[in-house]
Design a protein around this ligand. Structure first.
Ligand SMILES: *Cc1c(COP(=O)(O)O)cnc(C)c1O
Length: 430
């Protein structure tokens, strides 16, 4: 594969951008290669600046559930742009999207738009603290909630990929107000939440973890989490930045039928433009300025281009049968994939729900951070490089999800399966 142009760009980028990238995992360090620079993407295909084409299973880390450059989304952006790109004043599209999102996600009564998932989670936590008058935040090992100070404790995503335990620059005084406990562990959960000395404001959780690779919770774990937080007056925050509009129109809360107090959204909600949101019960949301004392603001929040893209996206997702079709296609793909991996002497565990999945290079079930960390990242790196040179674009980290989109048709998926089979054969001989 010729990657000359990417190499030149990467050299240049490194002189002006730390690590040459604007988000760390993109640098591909953990899979032992240099990043490819993207020229464009259409449907489920992504093309680099040297003209190499790949079947994309990253989907911009989640947003591209319709595939890249969906005509409705592009049209909405193009029709909105000539009327102005930011007003710093309310615009009609914000109301329309807010109504549609609240109608789609069962627990949402009110919603506030921000510009990223990170902003959504940090604002939701501030709100939970303001509302309860308490300080402590409980999170789970291996869950990632963006890069705000309070969350960089045993966090997933790039933090695991790069093997960073926390982050310098985050004061101990802040971290002492965050407690991270194991995912899927009901016993530790109950002990922790019942400890009155902790002064717990909220629990934030990925209702299906996607940032230590896909880890599906036990229904009983999520239910216990809901029951205990309700009993103890602790705000339950579902971080549905990945799972929102991914696992169902109403996200994981619809799929598991468990309603949080607050929900964080991002990724899909903006149709590929920078949008995040947090919302929930009106009783809690009404504590945000200007109605209440909890401050949160944003110059570009509710940006008209982003709202237009999100609206166009959501309208397609709300078409009857959309999720059923995606589910059936993913079922078929995962069945085929399972046949390949189960046949191979290379030990793997395939975790999957709906259209998100992770193939862990390990032999024991992956149910939490500790078991995820047993995965053989060297082997994942080899698999990643083999797949890339065969034309499949996977996440450059073992601890991320692969996504099937509406734009992946059987032909693409069949091709990806063939490439997977041949990569596994090579791995078995290494
Ligand atoms: C991606 C992600 C975030 C952070 O969103 P950004 O838009 O990258 O700031 C937060 N929570 C979860 C679960 C995510 O997957």
């Amino acid at each position: 594969m010729n990657t000359k142009r990417s190499a030149v760009l990467f050299d240049k980028a490194r002189t002006v951008i730390p690590g040459g990238v604007n988000s760390p995992v993109r640098a591909c360090k953990s899979v032992g290669c240099d990043p490819l620079f993207v020229a464009g993407a259409q449907g489920c295909m992504i093309t680099d600046v040297d003209g190499n084409e790949f079947i994309d299973f990253v989907g911009s880390w989640g947003p591209m559930i319709l595939g890249h450059s969906h005509p409705d989304v592009i049209k909405a952006i193009c029709e909105t742009a000539p009327h102005g790109t930011s007003f710093g004043a309310p615009c009609p599209l914000e109301v329309e999207l807010a109504e549609l999102v609240c109608d789609s996600v069962p627990s949402l009564e009110k919603i506030r738009f921000v510009s990223s998932g990170t902003e959504a989670t940090m604002s939701a936590v501030r709100l939970a603290r303001g509302y309860t008058g308490r300080n402590m935040v409980i999170k789970f090992d291996g869950c990632y909630h963006g890069h705000a100070d309070s969350f960089l404790v045993k966090a997933g995503s790039g933090i695991i990929t790069l093997g960073i335990p926390g982050s310098p620059g985050v004061p101990d005084d802040i971290v002492k107000n965050t407690l991270s406990i194991p995912y899927n562990n009901i016993e530790v959960l109950e002990q922790t939440l019942r400890d009155a000395k902790l002064d717990i404001a909220c629990v934030i959780v990925e209702p299906v973890a996607g940032n230590m690779g896909v880890v599906v919770p036990e229904q009983a774990f999520l239910q216990k989490l809901r029951d205990l937080t309700k009993e103890l007056g602790i705000v339950l925050i579902f971080d549905e930045v990945i799972t929102g509009f991914r696992l169902a129109l109403g996200g994981a809360q619809e799929r598991f039928n468990i309603m949080p107090d607050l929900t964080c959204l991002g990724k899909i909600i903006g149709g590929g433009l920078p949008v995040g949101a947090y919302g929930g019960k009106a009783e809690i949301m009404d504590n945000i300025a200007p109605d209440g004392p909890v401050y949160q603001a944003g110059t570009l929040s509710g940006n008209p281009l982003a709202m237009a893209a999100g609206l166009a996206m959501l309208k397609v997702l709300r078409e009857p049968g959309f999720y059923q079709e995606l589910e059936e296609k993913s079922n078929w793909y995962v069945e085929q994939l399972t046949a390949i991996t189960a046949d191979s002497p290379v030990p793997t565990v395939l975790n999957r729900i709906g259209s998100m999945m992770t193939c862990f290079f390990t032999s024991a079930p992956v149910t939490d951070f500790e078991s995820a960390m047993k995965a053989d990242t060297e082997r994942y790196g080899q698999h990643f490089r083999q797949m890339l040179s065969a034309g499949v674009w996977l996440a450059p980290s073992q601890f991320e999800a692969a996504f099937v989109s509406a734009a992946h048709d059987r032909t693409h998926l069949q091709k990806a399966l063939e490439m997977t089979e041949s990569s596994f054969k090579k791995l078995a001989n290494m």
